[in-house]
Design a binder for this molecule. Structure first.
Ligand code: ADP
Length: 497
């Protein structure tokens, strides 16, 4: 894991470098290609402009003294021999051709009559355009020695002794080409090397800067991830929205938050579990110790104890066994609910009837404590859609608590009221009430508000109620004022007949 994260940046940098070098090479090659093409064109155009008049000059200077044709109509070859020597002394790249009026080559010193590949005709179209433009425009013409190739040329018409045609001079002939390509090769080798070195120098500088800037955010993120990995749970990427890879930066921050959140939650769950075990074992131990004490006394003083004392001790042991079994039942019930093993079986039933039954069941207990246990508007019948045994369990816990935490002469009222699509169930007492700062915690398992409460119950009753509410997708709220009383309110979906 740590190796992977350590190699992340260098790998990326390598890829960026590879892409960058490829880009530089491609750009360099295209630059040299384009430059050489235009340099060549520029050179040819210049050469053609400079030597545009050469053909006219030949006709004016050479054909004045001697005709290019002999008396028998054949070509005056010695004249062309002289002419070529003169011309080549000035420019070795020049090749002179004598053409007739349809572009057929009548004679040239450079053309071997036995050369089968050499062209015997040249196209007149570029020649006519050249003459019409007076050599002002760049035009390429056929190269008789290299069929298919186009060269710069100079041309002029002649009309001598009844012969009509053109003097056609290739300005960049084979010799020119030979010299030019050698020079070009050397020139481009130098240009290429110079351009390469300079480009490399600038590329390395720009590349270093670009890659440094590009990977800056990545380095920040990698550093933060590593810090987090090494145990600094507060490590977060600062200003994630300003990062070039803000999605990644934000995701990391969110992930770190949720990891820390989950760790906190697990710690608090663990703390509650330990608290529960400690409290449960304490609560189990107390009635067990009492039981043990009374049973031992009964065993030891079997003969000396009065019948009345024996009955009293037996009653105490009986009450403690009840307490124990109630606590164990509650624990069992709560752990089943928490493990999500309970699936509510929802059905329509009369919550009014259920309330009547429960009031009848708790009437004796309430009367014993001189508490008035009543139902508001008992005649109205309300139907709900819920799990009847779970709702009964919740109501039972709430009524039990109300009686438990209300002083004699107090009152416990159960009211059912239709509210929209729900039935609101309210259990109100005139008991001790719950301090405001304790109210948010009473539904947590094993939370008991005060020491006297600790002695009276298991602290699981309201936690069970809360779980039952969750199974019905509803919540329970408490309204309470110390010394005045408490109201527990929840809603269940009404069943419409
Ligand atoms: P217990 O078994 O201790 O009653 P519960 O979970 O039923 O556990 O209740 C949690 C705590 O909430 C109680 O210990 C008590 O302090 C407080 N409480 C619950 N119901 C009432 C009530 N009707 N009046 C006053 N305090 C109450």
């Amino acid at each position: 894991m740590s190796n992977k994260s350590k190699t992340l940046t260098p790998k990326l940098v390598k890829k960026l470098w590879a892409a960058f070098i490829l880009l530089v090479l491609l750009m360099g090659a295209s630059y040299i290609g384009i430059t050489s093409y235009f340099a060549n064109m520029h050179h040819q155009e210049t050469a053609q402009r400079l030597d545009a008049e050469v053909a006219n000059h030949v006709i004016a200077e050479k054909f004045n003294d001697a005709s290019p044709f002999l008396e028998d109509g054949s070509v005056n070859k010695p004249l062309f021999g002289d002419l070529m020597h003169d011309m080549m002394a000035v420019n070795r790249g020049i090749e002179v051709y004598l053409l007739d009026d349809v572009g057929s080559i009548l004679y040239s010193v450079v053309l071997d009559p036995n050369d089968k590949d050499a062209t015997k005709n040249v196209s007149l179209e570029p020649i006519n355009s050249f003459i019409a433009d007076k050599g002002e425009n760049f035009i390429l013409g056929d190269d008789p020695r290299n069929p298919g190739e186009q060269k710069i040329f100079s041309a002029a018409p002649y009309s001598i002794d009844g012969h009509h045609g053109f003097i056609y001079i290739i300005l960049a002939g084979s010799k020119f080409q030979e010299v030019s390509s050698t020079l070009m090769g050397q020139y481009f080798a130098k240009l290429g090397l110079g351009a390469f070195l300079l480009t490399m120098l600038f590329s390395v500088l720009i590349g270093l800067l670009a890659i440094w800037f590009l990977t800056k955010n990545l380095r920040v993120i990698t550093g933060t991830v590593r810090r987090f990995q090494e145990g600094d749970l507060t490590a977060r990427i600062e200003n994630p929205n300003e990062s070039d890879i803000s999605i990644f930066a934000n995701s990391f921050n969110e992930m770190a938050d949720s990891i820390v959140g989950n760790m906190d939650r697990m710690q608090s769950v663990d703390l509650l579990r330990r608290e529960l075990i400690a409290n449960v074992s304490h609560d189990l131990r107390t009635p067990l110790a009492v039981l043990k004490g009374y049973i031992e006394t009964l065993q030891m003083k079997r003969d000396t104890l009065s019948e009345k004392d024996k009955q009293e001790y037996l009653q105490i042991t009986h009450d403690n066994v009840d307490k124990l079994s109630k606590l164990i039942n509650q624990l069992f019930e709560y752990s089943k609910l928490e493990a999500e093993q309970v699936v509510p079986v929802k059905e329509p039933f009369s919550i009014t009837e259920l309330s009547h039954d429960l009031i009848a069941k708790f009437k004796v207990l309430a009367e014993k404590k001189q508490i008035a246990l009543e139902m508001e508007r008992p005649e109205e019948n309300n139907m709900v859609f819920a799990d009847v045994s779970l709702v009964e369990r919740a109501l039972q816990n709430l009524i039990e608590n109300a009686i438990k935490y209300t002083e004699p002469k107090g009152k416990v009222t159960l009211s059912l009221r239709k509210k929209g699509k729900n039935i609101e169930i309210n259990i109100t007492d005139t008991g001790s009430g719950i301090p405001v700062n304790e109210q948010p915690f009473i539904f947590d398992r094993y939370k008991q508000v005060n020491e006297s409460a600790k002695r009276q119950g298991s602290g699981l009753g309201l936690a069970i109620v809360k779980k039952i509410m969750e199974l019905h997708d509803t919540t329970i709220t408490v309204l309470s004022k110390p010394k005045e009383g408490s109201s527990f309110v929840f809603n269940l979906p009404a069943y419409q007949v």
